[in-house]
Design a protein around this ligand. Structure first.
Ligand SMILES: C=CC1=C(C)c2cc3[nH]c(cc4nc(cc5[nH]c(cc1n2)c(C)c5CCC(=O)O)C(CCC(=O)O)=C4C)c(C)c3C=C
Ligand SMILES: [Fe+2]
Ligand SMILES: [Fe+2]
Length: 359
């Protein structure tokens, strides 16, 4: 029997912390119509005349602050996760890491799996909450790559795991000792933001998302696929596991790009508000990222910390992400197995009507 293939897909990162490499990465990333969803001519002009010339050197400088001897944090942690998952799934799945942008590219990862005889694919976008610009784009590109061959394989997608107990338990396990050691008096859950228009575009009810202050307070049929509502669901699940009092935590959104409104409240607005309210020792969790990356280590661990201290706070502790933590590896294995239940016996593999006693 040919082996099953598992593709773990993350966002991607530049090959080097240098302006040229960052420019190449940003060009591919921001040319994605699910990321920059404006008129193609406007997008081309904005990208080439404004974003690439100004942002590439600035971002390269930021990447240099977090780059390790093994490479970009996102890559290092994604590889550690992949190795752990591959070890546990040996004999069941062949596992490859793919990046939506940059390397290892999706077409290359798919080609490696194909070369091993894989014709049954499972794809797991490494984003807890679903957004068109993250998991949506990863899935669309995977389908495009797999669908471009003559013999189109079976493909199964692991759904977003924003409220999966394994994900929440693993993140709480990582956070508990860090929050305790930091003697934090408040926990901020800072998620990657998205433009408000993206949330409205995915509003299947047509009238729920961002229509009222409390529209993300519970997951309902109307907002089940709303990125912001899924972020709040994650935060509630973590706050409950960490035993946080209602006045001891809140949610914010980071990493805005451009001038259009993004989902709020914004992390860089919330930080001085918390300091003004008397929060002294702040812990920040970033549960839209399963691997530490530029947006956690630099944006929160360096810049947000400076901002909070300058606003009167005493300390800001970044809670590390799941990275290659054993409980997270176990959860990914569980997510994969749950998406494709094993057939345990020939009887279970038989259709129920075929098994019905003959009369
Ligand atoms: C958590 C999921 C992510 C969503 C949703 C997302 C949307 C989104 N991002 C940008 C613009 C940028 N993001 C950048 C970095 C970055 N973004 C994510 C994840 C999500 N993005 C990650 C994991 C990273 C870190 C990558 C790394 O190498 O460590 C960047 C590049 C860095 C920079 O210049 O600041 C940009 C640009 C948009 C516009 C968007 C939704 C429309
Ligand atoms: Fe919503
Ligand atoms: Fe991003």
């Amino acid at each position: 029997m040919s082996p099953k293939g598992l593709l773990l897909v993350n966002l991607g990162t530049p090959d080097a912390p240098e302006t040229g490499a960052v420019r190449r990465y940003l060009r591919e990333f921001l040319s994605d119509r699910r990321v920059l969803d404006i008129h193609p001519v406007g997008a081309w002009l904005l990208l080439n005349a404004v974003i690439l010339p100004f942002r590439s050197p600035k971002s390269a400088h930021a990447y240099r602050a977090v780059w390790t001897e093994q490479g970009s944090p996102l890559m290092v942690h994604s590889r550690a996760l992949t190795a752990g998952v591959a070890r546990q799934l040996e004999g069941e799945y062949v596992v490859e890491l793919a990046m939506r942008y940059g390397n290892p590219s999706l077409p290359d990862a798919v080609a490696r799996l194909r070369a091993r005889g894989v014709s049954d694919f499972t794809v797991l976008p490494l984003y807890p909450q679903e957004a068109p610009s993250s998991s949506g784009s990863s899935l669309a590109r995977t389908y495009e790559v797999l669908g471009s061959s003559w013999d189109v394989p079976n493909v199964r997608a692991v759904p977003a795991f924003h409220d999966h107990p394994g994900f929440l338990d693993a993140f709480a396990e990582v956070a508990r000792p860090v929050i305790s050691e930091a003697r934090a008096d408040y926990v901020l859950f800072s998620f990657h933001g998205v433009p408000e228009r993206h949330v409205r575009k995915t509003d299947t009810s047509g009238s729920h998302c961002l229509a009222s202050a409390g529209c993300c307070d519970a997951l309902t049929d109307a907002n089940r696929h709303c990125y912001r509502a899924q972020c709040y669901a994650t935060a509630r699940g973590l706050a409950a596991r960490l035993g946080l009092a209602p006045e001891g935590w809140s949610v914010s959104f980071q990493s805005r790009l451009g001038r259009t409104p993004w989902v709020s409240p914004y992390t860089d607005f919330v930080l001085p508000e918390l300091a003004a309210k008397g929060v002294k020792r702040l812990a920040v969790m970033c549960p839209s990222f399963v691997a530490d990356c530029l947006e956690t280590v630099e944006e929160i661990g360096i810049r947000a910390k400076e901002q909070f201290l300058a606003s009167g706070g005493e300390s800001l502790t970044l809670v590390p992400s799941l990275n290659g933590h054993p409980s997270w590896v176990d959860t990914v294995v569980r997510l994969v197995r749950e998406s494709s239940p094993a057939i345990s016996s020939p009887a279970a593999a038989t259709a129920p009507e075929a098994r019905a006693p003959r009369g």
